[in-house]
Design a protein around this ligand. Structure first.
Ligand code: S3P
Length: 416
């Protein structure tokens, strides 16, 4: 069955998280349209409401009242399944007087938090992790700026240090091994923070933030990617994502699709607060395998599972290098992709931090597939099943609500 038509992806998850979380440090009132309805962002919103941000939803969208740093002195915060909630909150709370306990679900409790605690401790916060993981206790207070070279290209880690840095004394500077998503920097800049780029380093100083009167959240590129990538490999498909975020730190998957030979058209539809536009992808027979280097991975880190599916339909050996971070996501995404697409007949191997896909393969769906309750694995498998005209049970498929609650509705609309 082919995918045909236009759709609006939900508001971008990463930007929505940041609007909610950074409102803890900002003053003013902001009316936000197209705010993400996903469960992960719900975790951020619940957390900030618990400790001081005002938020109300009406027919116009979400109105946020910033806490300007006036937040509760102690709280136990449930971050659900959300790594972004946890790690950005660690950076924000590190600079506030108080004692906070952060915890989350079984998947989040397995993910590394020590990497965030290390620079925040160096700045003066007292942070206790449980064997490097959740539950984490943050006892914040006066911070001192640091010079920090990130050991991994992680936007969550970078954001935690920057959000601590704007509360600290002196200058905080970070350098990343390769460019990760830059939404925190963009919002800091437009909310009045002192932030600059100097010789490959990002510098922030103690700053007061003010919310703009209104914000429009562009459509989530990582959600749109599932339908756009599937359209490239399902015969007869042509799909358009409207108002999709076009920030180049997020659209690496489009570059890879282009390199494979896919037919893509992009039209700019707006620029504030970030570029956005309509993206059309058409089915393209005879896609070619390609090589993706480690420096390209941060701009497509969440799209590796769906790109692996595209690679199963492309001629030759696709090699994605430097994808080790995928082992540390909501599930071990390298193992999940290799085992579940492998069960469908794909030829996928993992060699250290390299994912290798031989194509093309004729896939077929077994009756049962396993998503490991990981939203991005569940959506990849559902589109793989659609491609082969099957309707398997995908265990944990309800996890799609973590990032894309309307996923099945859009799937239905594009296939009817
Ligand atoms: C995110 C950063 C990425 C990404 C995640 C969202 C963010 O994680 O995988 O889905 O909003 O900052 P890392 O920072 O761990 O790479």
């Amino acid at each position: 069955m082919s995918l045909k038509g236009a759709f609006h992806p939900p508001g971008d998850k990463s930007i929505s998280h940041r609007i909610a979380l950074m409102a803890l440090l900002a003053s003013g009132e902001c009316s936000v349209t197209n705010f993400s309805p996903c469960a992960d962002v719900g975790s951020s919103l619940d957390a900030v409401k618990l400790i001081g941000v005002g938020a109300r939803v009406d027919e116009n969208g979400l109105t946020v009242n910033g806490a300007a740093g006036n937040i509760s002195k102690s709280a136990r915060i449930d971050c659900g399944n959300s790594g972004t909630t946890t790690r950005l909150l660690m950076g924000i709370l590190a600079g506030r007087q108080g004692d906070f306990v952060l915890d989350g679900d079984a998947s989040l409790r397995k993910r590394p938090m020590e990497r965030v605690a290390i620079p925040l401790r160096a700045m003066g916060a007292v942070i206790d992790c449980t064997e490097g993981r959740l539950p984490v206790t943050v006892s914040g207070g006066a911070l001192q700026g640091i010079e920090y070279d990130l050991p991994v290209a992680s936007a969550q880690l970078k954001s935690a240090v920057l959000l601590a840095g704007i509360q600290g004394a002196g200058v905080t500077s970070v350098r990343e091994p390769s460019a990760s998503r830059d939404h925190t920097e963009r919002l800091l800049q437009s909310w009045g923070a002192r932030i600059s780029h100097v010789s490959g380093r990002l510098l922030v100083e103690n700053s007061a933030l003010s919310l703009p009167p209104s914000l429009y959240v562009p459509g989530d590129a990582s959600s749109a990617a599932f339908f756009l990538c599937a359209a490239a490999i399902i015969p007869g498909s042509e799909v358009t994502a409207e108002q999709m975020l076009l920030n180049p730190t997020r659209t690496g998957f489009l570059e890879v699709l282009k390199r494979m030979g896919a037919q893509i058209e992009v039209q700019l539809q707006g620029t504030e607060p970030e570029p956005r536009g309509s993206v059309t992808v058409r089915f393209t027979p005879n896609l070619a395998a390609c090589r993706v280097s480690p420096g390209e991975i941060p701009a497509l880190v969440d799209e590796v599972p769906i790109l692996a599916l595209v690679a199963t339909q492309s001629r030759g050996t696709t090699v994605l290098e430097g994808v080790g971070e995928l082992r540390l996501k909501e599930s071990d995404r390298l193992a999940a992709v290799a085992s579940q697409l492998g069960l469908m007949g794909a030829r996928i191997t993992v060699d250290g931090d390299v994912l290798i896909v031989e194509g093309p393969s004729t896939l077929k769906a077994p009756e049962l597939l396993q998503s490991y309750s990981d939203h991005r694995i569940a959506m990849t498998l559902r589109l793989a099943a659609l491609m082969v005209g099957a309707d398997p049970v995908i265990e944990g498929e309800e996890s799609t609500a973590i990032s894309y609650p309307g996923f099945h509705d859009t799937l239905w609309e594009l296939t009817r």
